[in-house]
Design a protein around this ligand. Structure first.
Ligand code: HEC
Length: 162
């Protein structure tokens, strides 16, 4: 019997669909992008521990990562006092670079009263960043869940003081 849809083609279609992203909050994502640019995070935020220089990425999305912490999240690291969750207002930005050193994504986590707000911009040199993911995308949460299970409040590279 012939299947009406070729399974291989269906898979290709599915992967295209998932590549479209999950931009749940376009206006909020734009606001956050403009805010981190206005804050000039690359110049004013602290580098995450272990990320004093660009590091190879453990994701398939980019080759190298820079990770920056705003003053609220940087204080957690500086205080080095055991804590089980990032405080409200923590803002963490990851720049992803390809093998040629060209920036290809900016990923952001911001701790809000209802938990982490996630955003990823796949057009990082455009004025509003071209958000592909925002809000609470399951793709972000699922891959960061292991860090939550380890008592690290969802951050994969940055370890909370224990
Ligand atoms: C396939 C797994 C995976 C997915 C999906 C993923 N991440 Fe990550 N993320 C990581 C890993 C691993 C790191 C550690 C840094 C590195 O290797 O680049 C990280 C680091 C980060 C950081 C720096 C803070 C930290 O966790 O240490 C931010 C911010 C971030 N991711 C945001 C996002 C957002 C937003 C999404 C969804 C659009 C997302 N991530 C999806 C695996 C993932």
């Amino acid at each position: 019997m012939r299947l009406p849809i070729d399974p291989a083609l269906a898979l290709v279609a599915l992967s295209f669909l998932s590549a479209c992203g999950d931009n749940q909050d376009p206006a909020g994502a734009d606001e956050l992008f403009l805010r981190i640019q206005t804050l000039d995070y690359r110049a004013t935020f602290a580098k995450a521990p272990g990320y004093e220089t660009q590091q190879p990425s453990n994701t398939s999305h980019s080759a190298f990562s820079d990770i920056f912490l705003n003053p609220i999240s940087a204080k957690v690291i500086a205080d080095n006092t055991a804590i089980s969750a990032w405080p409200l207002g923590s803002l963490i930005v990851k720049d992803g670079y390809d093998d040629d050193g060209i920036i290809e994504l900016i990923a952001v986590m911001e701790k809000r009263s209802d938990g982490w707000y996630w955003a990823e911009y796949l057009d990082p040199t455009a004025s509003a960043g071209g958000a592909s993911y925002s809000g609470k995308p399951s793709v972000c949460i699922d891959c960061h869940q292991s860090a939550a299970d380890d008592g690290n409040d969802f951050t994969r590279a940055i370890v909370l003081p224990k």
